[in-house]
Design a protein around this ligand. Structure first.
Ligand code: 13P
Length: 310
């Protein structure tokens, strides 16, 4: 396990690290297996919802076990979308980094809450990701209507980083959480990303809502009885590759692995209604998860980079 800072110093402007939310044992196996197999650095993300579902100690034990089983993996452990209660617990438990998400507060409150977290986290050498601007979409138990979303203001971003001392910044540049990004058809706002990079050169920027939401996966899910809407869509590989040159170091992915879970389990129930063994779809999920992540690492240019970090 390494510091998130080390990962960002290594990748800035060249490639991006996949930061993947894990909820279950199968996901932890799939992620670590892919990372070790391809010598790729990863960020393992835990959300408050995951902690409520599986328990913080269970998740920590699974990550520790995976670090032993896949012992060549280079990874950081990150708390995604934290509030103070979870953040201070994550700091006590020596996560590599924590996110304080006060993006829904007004600017001054966001600065105040972020700065307080930074002061505590830095005492333990733990990095802090903050967020400025508001992403729309659904993630775990957060649901933000697009009318309440707003892009990051680049000038404010510089002031925010200077005043809070946060180590990386999640920005709102057109993506949203969940399977229905860009329903309004706008896509990633590269001109805003460029302005942010001009204001904050060499500073690691984080892209939330980075799932690809492949049309093929959506079609498969619906073929096996799912009811996802036609307008499900995500960030294209070309957009992700281009974003890296604008300082995007961390690419957050959760929805794609939920879609994969749904496809595999729907297919299992549809094709083999006589079976009732969780191991069968579980194994298929671990394997396909690994393959999916191998392909994402390639897109992000991160494959093969782990051993040169340490
Ligand atoms: P997706 O919903 O696009 O997977 O985004 C996940 C995310 O940003 C986690 O913080």
């Amino acid at each position: 396990m390494v510091s998130t800072k080390i990962l960002f110093n290594h990748c800035y402007g060249k490639y991006a690290i996949a930061a993947v939310n894990v909820f279950t044992m199968e996901q932890v196996h799939g992620l670590f297996a892919a990372a070790e197999h391809s010598n790729t650095p990863i960020i393992v993300q835990i959300t408050p919802a995951a902690r409520n579902y599986a328990h913080a100690e269970m998740l920590m034990s699974m990550v520790k076990a995976a670090a032993g089983i896949y012992s060549k993996t280079v990874f950081a452990l990150h708390l995604d979308h934290g509030v103070e209660e979870h953040i201070y617990d994550a700091i006590d438990n020596c996560y590599s980094s924590v996110m304080i998400d006060a993006s829904h507060d007004d600017f001054e409150t966001n600065v105040k809450r972020t700065k307080a977290v930074v002061e505590k986290a830095h005492l333990k050498n733990i990095m802090v990701e903050a967020e400025l601007g508001v992403l729309s979409g659904v993630e775990d138990d957060i649901d933000i209507d697009s009318s309440h979303a707003s892009y990051t203001n680049p000038k404010q971003a510089k002031e925010f980083v200077e005043r809070t001392g946060c180590d990386s910044l999640a920005v709102a540049v057109g993506t949203s959480h969940g399977a229905y990004k860009f329903s309004g058809g706008k896509g990633l706002q590269f001109h805003i990303l460029e302005q942010i990079q001009n204001e904050l050169p060499n500073y690691p920027i984080v892209l939330h809502g980075s799932s690809n939401v492949s049309a093929k996966e959506v079609e498969e899910i619906n073929r096996y009885g799912g009811k996802l809407a036609e307008n499900a869509s995500g960030v294209t590989d070309e957009e992700l590759k281009k974003a890296i040159s604008y300082g995007i170091c961390k690419v957050n992915i959760a929805t794609d692995l939920r879609l994969l879970w749904t496809k595999i389990h729907r297919r299992f129930f549809y094709e083999t209604p006589e079976l009732f063994d969780p191991v069968v779809p579980g194994k298929a999920y671990m394997n396909e998860y690994k393959n999916f992540m191998l392909e994402r690492f390639e897109v992000l240019g991160a494959t093969g980079k782990a051993s040169s970090i340490i």
